[in-house]
Design a protein around this ligand. Sequence first.
Ligand code: FNR
Length: 363
Amino acid sequence: MTGPAPVSLLDFEARAKSLLTPEVWDFIAGGSGFEITMRANRQALDSVSVYPRMLGGALSGTETNLLGTPMSMPIAVAPMAYQRLVHPAGEVAMAEAACQAGIPLMLSALSSCPVEEVARTGAKIWFQLYWMREWLALEQLIERVEAAGSTALVVTLDVPIMGRRLRDVRNQFALPAEVVAANLTNGRAGTAHRARAGESAIAAHTLELIGSGPTWSDLEQLRSRTSLPLVVKGILDPRDAARAVGIGADAVVVSNHGGRQLDGAPASVTALAAVVAEVGQQCQVLLDSGIRSGMDVLRALALGASGVLVGRPLLWALAVGGAAGAAQALSLLSTEFRESLILAGCPDLAAVRDLRTDQGVAR
Ligand code: FNR
């Protein structure tokens, strides 16, 4: 990496933008509609104040365990499609960085690298599923990712269709021929490689692959099919969280998909406390959408989350420096998180739950 060392995740953003084509940049950076929900994610996080405690003692560590996976800090890589768009080594490089940082990686159903190659890095993989059009195809995919060593399954619920991402529609965004959904198409290119006017080819392709999304009874069927921990991602309403837990979900991810689905949905962090109040005693509650610093991780935990997922910043870092870039971003995040814990007077992660925020105390 050239130039001065990044001092915050945002430093990777400007560099990535200058390196990527405008179409790929827009695909990553964009949200749906007028990007109101995407902006709300940041505004809401910025407005959460945390009251620091004094004289809490030295920080003992940030290690935790989510879904049976020991991890160095309560952070996982969010599932993000087609990472070879930003770096030739794609998800393999991202997994190397996650492994080095001691955190798990949610691998997208639309990964551009085969799950077996990603697993070879030694990273802990939580595989993210979209609902396939046919149960048989889904069964085969689950068998494949279980055999590859995935230690959890994540089902993303908030994509019955792909949100209308105006930047991609304007750009008629289509994948380059060398980037494919490596675990779904056996390397065959789909319609993601052909764009029509007024259409995002990537949205059309996603629909072709995943149909219209699961039903609650599909989720029940999946729960009975696998003994792996099951995570549902894309929850904003506590009633859906309760229903998922009733089916046997081990964790829910409070997420609006980084503002890429329903434009007009609340910021994830705004929805967090009610979900924690509803299901926090029964399952782990994770949060994503807008996390950009260690302080944001502290905010989420103070509001009751057990951990967070980080999305776009890790794609920026991957674009800038491959595995080393993503590892650098994770190391920066770890430093920031530790510093935030110390400044907030927390000797360990349990103490974060006792912090007062302007929304009260989580427990
Ligand atoms: C995503 N996201 C996503 N989610 C998912 O469940 N499956 C997927 O394949 C993808 N693909 C994807 C691609 C890109 C380019 C982005 C930016 C995002 C959503 C992702 O997992 C996560 O919810 C958000 O990215 C979190 O918001 P931030 O951290 O990017 O603000």
